[in-house]
Design a protein around this ligand. Structure first.
Ligand code: ADP
Length: 150
C-alpha cells in the first residue's frame, strides 16, 4: 500500500492542483492532501478551516483521497501518516529552482526518509496559480475557468 502526501497552501485549490491530485490518485493507493498552515504566507483568501471545508467537499466522493490540515514541516506530516513520498506539482521551468531546493531540504531534514515526486501539470493548467486566481478575483473577474468551487 503506497501512500503519498500532497502538501500545499491551496488558497484556493485550483484546477491545476486538482489535476495533480487526479494523476496521483491514479498512481498511488492513497493520496493525502495536507492543507498547510504557513504563517509566512501573508496574502490569504481563505482561512485554514474554510479551505478544509471546501477541499473536503471536493473529494468526498473519491475513496483514495483524504484531506487533512497540518502545520510545521511537511516531511514530519508525511512520516506521521506513513507516506512514502511527497508529491509536488510542476508547471514550467520557473517552478524548478524552488522545487529543487525544497526537495533537497526535505530530504535532509527527514534524514533521507522522505523523497519528493514531481508530477507535471497537463498543458491547460500550466499557467494556473493560486496567486493569479487571487489577483483576478480582486479585479472582480470570473475565475470559474481556474477554480471549481468559487
Ligand atoms: P505551496 O505554498 O506549498 O507552494 P501551493 O498551494 O501554491 O503551495 O502549491 C502546492 C503544489 O502544487 C506545489 O508543488 C505547486 O507547484 C503545485 N501547483 C500549483 N499550481 C499548479 C498547477 N496549476 N498545476 C500543477 N501544479 C501546481
Amino acid at each position: 500500500m503506497t501512500k503519498v502526501l500532497y502538501p500545499g497552501s491551496f488558497d484556493p485549490m485550483t484546477k491545476g492542483h486538482m489535476n495533480i491530485v487526479e494523476q496521483a490518485s491514479d498512481l498511488f493507493d492513497e493520496v493525502i492532501i495536507a492543507i498547510m498552515q504557513n504563517p509566512l504566507k501573508k496574502s490569504r483568501l481563505f482561512t485554514l478551516e474554510e479551505r478544509m471545508e471546501i477541499i473536503k467537499e471536493l473529494y468526498q466522493g473519491m475513496n483514495n483521497v483524504r484531506v487533512i490540515s497540518a502545520s510545521g514541516a511537511a516531511v514530519d506530516v508525511a512520516l506521521l501518516h506513513e507516506c512514502k513520498a511527497i508529491i509536488r506539482g510542476f508547471r514550467s521551468l520557473s517552478d524548478y529552482d524552488y522545487e529543487v531546493q525544497l526537495q533537497q531540504m526535505n530530504k535532509e531534514i527527514s534524514n533521507n526518509k522522505i523523497n519528493t515526486i514531481c508530477l507535471f501539470a497537463d498543458k491547460e493548467y500550466q499557467f494556473v496559480s493560486s496567486s493569479m486566481v487571487k489577483e483576478v478575483l480582486n479585479l472582480d473577474k470570473n475565475i470559474s475557468k481556474y477554480v471549481d468551487q468559487l
